[in-house]
Ligand binder design. Structure first.
Ligand code: ATP
Length: 324
């Protein structure tokens, strides 16, 4: 069996602006995304031969397009509540690769995820796993797809998949895409989040804290009233701050317009945000993605650690990590 391990990193949003609603009901966004040192370990194996179409806790089988061959897909993770069938983004990625590139192949794709990234948290955990499977099968099947092509495939599975692909290419040397012009750990994303332009990464300690509430991306975008947004990020200035490595300028221009819905509806997110600012004197605290995770920016580990100890008693899912 051929096997590859991919570190599927989480992201935070240094800013999110929503520019409008498209005719297809997706929102047009402009945001800055940053990879952080918190990852799911995704093991992807390929066992050529007879397809295992999914007994036990595996996710089931997938037809390899209309080629007639069979490719089985089996997905597992350390989280019992996470579906491992076609609802899982890692499964969807395997099925897409089987459909597109499985012609002439017969065997089983086996995916096992050790999840460390909180689920439904605004940290793109599912998209990261999805990107990891696309990368892994590209390597295992020696398809030699570049990042542009992988992103074209990934966008059908989620808007954040493109950025996850870019970050993993920069950070997992064995994927052989480190030199790809699209590989990088910080980017301005436009369109629905899939159009990327790389910018220099932020260098900072990050405290992440996820309040124990569930809110889905669809709910947050659905509840957003574009007319009610009073504060928008200055994306140009934020990019300038990143280019200059100026933490003050960066934090001053970080805004997430999705907070206008989430903070109003969930006081616990406001509470967490205030705690992060008060406890460790964070340069800035902001909700990531559609939440509920809030993160704070610290210039050094010491200040972040003090806040980590306090926030950990408030929210179990609290982490202190570096940006990448
Ligand atoms: P984003 O920041 O991209 O909006 P998120 O961090 O808010 O993503 P995810 O952790 O990706 O959210 O999970 C969102 C939903 O996707 C969950 O309800 C979960 O059941 C589903 N999901 C499917 N596959 C996965 C996966 N591999 N890991 C985590 N969640 C997954």
């Amino acid at each position: 069996m051929k096997e590859i391990l991919v570190k599927a990193y989480a992201k935070i949003n240094l800013s999110i602006d929503v520019l409008g609603k498209r005719p297809d009901d997706y929102h047009e966004v402009l945001m800055v995304m940053q990879q952080i040192d918190l990852w799911d370990q995704v093991r992807v194996g390929w066992a050529p031969g007879e397809a295992n179409t999914g007994a036990g806790d595996s996710g089931g089988g997938a037809e390899a397009g209309d080629h007639g061959e069979r490719i089985g897909i089996s997905v597992s993770s350390n989280l019992s509540y996470l579906p491992v069938d076609s609802r899982n983004l890692a499964y969807k990625a395997a099925a897409l690769m089987a459909e597109q590139y499985g012609g002439g192949k017969s065997g089983s794709i086996i995916v096992d995820m050790e999840k460390n990234i909180p689920v439904a948290a605004g940290l793109a955990g599912g998209s990261a796993d999805c990107a990891a499977v696309l990368h892994a099968l590209n390597r295992i099947w020696d398809l030699k797809l570049d990042l542009k092509k992988l992103m074209e495939l990934g966008v059908s599975l989620g808007a954040d998949v493109s950025f996850c692909l870019a970050g993993q290419a920069a950070l997992n040397a064995e994927l052989n895409l480190k030199e790809d012009p699209m590989a990088g750990t910080c980017a301005v994303a436009s369109g629905i989040g899939e159009k990327l332009a790389l910018v220099p990464p932020l260098n900072s300690w990050i405290l992440l804290s996820k309040p124990a509430v569930s809110l889905s991306t669809a709910q947050v975008y659905g509840g957003l009233n574009l007319q009610e947004i009073t504060e928008r990020p200055n994306t140009e200035e934020l990019i300038a701050g990143l280019r200059e490595g100026n933490l003050y300028k960066i934090s001053k221009n970080m805004t997430n317009v999705l907070e206008s819905y989430s903070l109003k509806e969930y006081p616990v997110i406001v509470y967490t945000k205030n705690k992060i600012v008060q406890e460790g004197k964070a340069y800035k605290a902001l909700m990531s993605g559609s939440g509920p995770t809030v993160f704070g920016l610290y210039p050094c580990r010491k200040r972040g650690s003090a806040a980590y100890e306090r926030l950990k008693t408030l929210n179990k899912e609290t982490f202190l990590v570096k940006t990448l």
